[in-house]
Design a protein around this ligand. Structure first.
Ligand SMILES: Cc1cc2nc3c(=O)[nH]c(=O)nc-3n(C[C@H](O)[C@H](O)[C@H](O)COP(=O)(O)OP(=O)(O)OC[C@H]3O[C@@H](n4cnc5c(N)ncnc54)[C@H](O)[C@@H]3O)c2cc1C
Length: 269
């Protein structure tokens, strides 16, 4: 039986160009271009590889404001079949628990699925909570930091290879299941214009609000968020001396470097 895969993608500010407001500790988002979270493109690539190999469908889901439609169009351009955006004012201000609750309700409404794939973490909040929390809401098995997945159609299971610091672990997991993909595992494929046109011309993206989902509104958005960021402490900036020594003779250059390190108290002879 072909695989029905769901991938979670988040539309995030491109943090290489983001600044933090030192007074409030929040991201300054105004005028910052957004992108699909880069680690989610790795997750999408894994889903598409599985579809290429075993057949099936890939559905991308996101909980975000309407601007995230561009992110869903991007992954449809990569080859994802359809996108669902959960978007409602009632979802605003969500912590990870409330976010994962809404995403699990989206997945429940989709109904038919075998495998839910998430990225390792996001580049704007980086909690790496969502995969585990979605698995918990849906009472599904969860494997984290996966680098490879093989599907066994006979017994509807997957073999997941997961990366540790100095080893690989291999798990057999019966579907349905949730798997988070280790970052940088795969190079995401390019967007094809013909695929992207589908997103513009065909009815492949749907927007679901709280009314479309079987949701307890007290578990979503700010109301459903038991955690708050109470403080952000910035790491003090280390002053740099920027000493440049232009000596070309390696012996003299090495002696100069050693003298500097001794002078700074970083080296004892
Ligand atoms: C205490 C606290 C308070 C917060 N308050 C706010 C707030 O007021 N306003 C606000 O905008 N945000 C808020 N956030 C951030 C918000 O909770 C997170 O953006 C969101 O829950 C996802 O968490 P993350 O970015 O750490 O994802 P991670 O857990 O790091 O993401 C792992 C993977 O889950 C998937 N995923 C993550 N988010 C989504 C998503 N939205 N849709 C689909 N898939 C997803 C992706 O595949 C991703 O790679 C808060 C976070 C915390 C911890």
């Amino acid at each position: 039986m072909p695989l029905k895969i769901i991938v979670g993608i988040k539309w995030v500010p491109n943090t290489t160009s983001v600044n933090i407001d030192p007074k409030t500790g929040t991201l300054i988002r105004e005028g910052i271009p957004s992108v699909v979270n880069p680690h989610d493109l790795t997750a999408v690539e894994m889903a598409l590889k599985l579809k290429d190999r075993y057949g099936g469908t890939v559905t991308a889901i996101s909980m975000a404001p309407p601007s995230a439609l561009a992110g869903l169009e991007h992954v449809i351009g990569m080859g994802v079949d359809r996108g669902i955006l959960a978007s409602d004012r009632a979802f605003a201000g969500a912590d990870t628990l409330a976010t994962s609750y809404v995403l699990s309700k989206v997945i429940e409404k989709i109904g038919e699925y075998d495998l839910i794939i998430m990225g390792h973490e996001t580049i704007d909040s980086s909690t790496a909570h969502i995969g585990a929390q979605v698995a918990s809401w849906l009472r599904l098995p969860y494997v984290y930091y996966a680098v490879d997945i093989e599907y066994n159609e006979q017994d509807r299971s997957i073999i997941v290879r997961r990366m540790l610091e100095n080893a690989y672990e291999t798990y057999k997991v019966y579907l349905p299941a949730v798997v988070s993909i280790a970052m940088h595992t795969y190079e995401p494929r390019r967007v094809k214009v013909s695929n992207k046109l589908r997103a513009k011309t065909e009815d492949v993206i749907q927007v679901w609000t709280s009314k479309d989902l079987d949701i307890d509104i007290n578990c979503a958005g700010l109301r459903g968020s038991p955690t708050v960021v109470s403080a952000i402490d910035f790491v003090p900036k280390v002053p740099r001396k920027n000493l440049v020594f232009k000596e070309r003779d390696p012996k003299k250059a090495a002696k100069w470097l050693i003298d500097q390190l001794i002078q700074e108290g970083l080296l004892e002879l």
